[in-house]
Write a protein that binds this ligand. Structure first.
Ligand code: ZN
Length: 301
């Protein structure tokens, strides 16, 4: 037993060094912590105080801004399994990290113009000449019309009694948001300036959506048949790079192709490809499996 106990201390000692090294560099530490958000440890912590095993307390300690100035000795104390780190404290840390992810996703959402080109059917009267007779007939023509849907999410949020941020971002699945965060950061690094035009949508929001859309309760954006608020597993993305709409359209097409090429690394793909190009979701989710008919194993969180 003595040997086991001894090796345990070696492990804790090693972790203390890691913690110390991580905490010595502030900015990087936060980045690493966020990058690790979808790792199994933090996920377990995010799932709630009951689900937090001793191991996840380490991640929590790493995120704690109050602990940063303390020496490595205190950090060992926090990491020791016999010291009680209250569940409430662990939960607080997760909220802090989740807030950080939510804030970033909100900025990505806010900066995207909410403009769509939709098809509108119109019945018009035309004069037709048949067999020398002039007659007026009704013809149906399809027009492409620009639609500004900026007002739709705020209206749905108001109906649900929450802020637009709590609605659009808060309604999405946490694990999915961690993946979105990593994907958007990578797109930003690649110079493609991602913008999110839609996140969570409830049945009401879905009912006032235009263009490509699922039945009111069946949207993976968060329809009631898919679990509703907190379970949104879809987002619509474009690129906001470019001064004019046609420039943004070009960079948006490049962004979609980038996701097709690299999305797997982030566990995200476009289930409908060009049938609904901005729509993305987890590649190991039901929607992707149903429409791409490819079983992709995602190795990450
Ligand atoms: Zn969508």
């Amino acid at each position: 037993m003595g040997l086991v106990r001894g090796s345990q201390w070696v492990v804790w000692g090693g972790l203390a060094v890691l913690l110390y090294a991580g905490l010595a560099n502030h900015g990087r530490d936060v980045k690493v912590a966020l990058a690790r958000l979808d790792g199994p440890d933090v996920r377990a912590t995010l799932a709630g105080p009951d689900a937090a095993p001793a191991g996840s307390d380490l991640s929590a300690a790493r995120l704690d801004p109050d602990v940063r100035d303390a020496g490595p000795v205190e950090k060992i104390a926090l990491a020791k399994p016999e010291i009680d780190v209250t569940p409430l404290k662990a939960a607080d840390e997760c909220v802090l990290a989740q807030d950080c992810v939510d804030q970033y996703l909100w900025l990505v959402y806010e900066r995207a113009p909410k403009m769509d080109t939709i098809k509108v059917k119109e019945r018009i009267k035309v004069t037709a000449k048949t067999k020398g007779k002039t007659r007026t007939v009704i013809k149906t023509v399809t027009k492409l019309v620009d639609e500004d849907f900026t007002w739709k999410d705020p209206k749905a949020a108001q109906k649900a009694g929450m802020s637009s941020k709590d609605y659009v971002i808060g309604g999405m699945d946490r694990g999915f948001k961690a993946r979105l965060y990593r994907l958007f950061r990578a797109l930003d690094d690649a110079g493609l300036a991602p913008g999110m035009t839609s996140g969570f949508r409830d049945d009401y929001r879905q009912s006032i959506a235009s263009g490509n859309k699922a039945a009111t309760d069946s949207s993976y954006h968060g329809g009631s048949r898919r679990g509703g608020y907190g379970h949104g597993l879809a987002a619509d993305v474009v690129s906001v790079k470019g001064a004019t709409r046609s420039e943004r359209w070009l960079s948006t097409e490049i962004l979609w192709k980038w996701i097709d090429a690299h999305g797997n690394e982030f566990g995200i793909g476009r289930p409908y490809l060009n049938k609904d190009p901005p729509h993305i979701g987890p590649i190991d989710g039901k929607e992707y499996a149903a429409h791409r008919r490819v079983k992709v194993k995602y190795a990450g969180g």
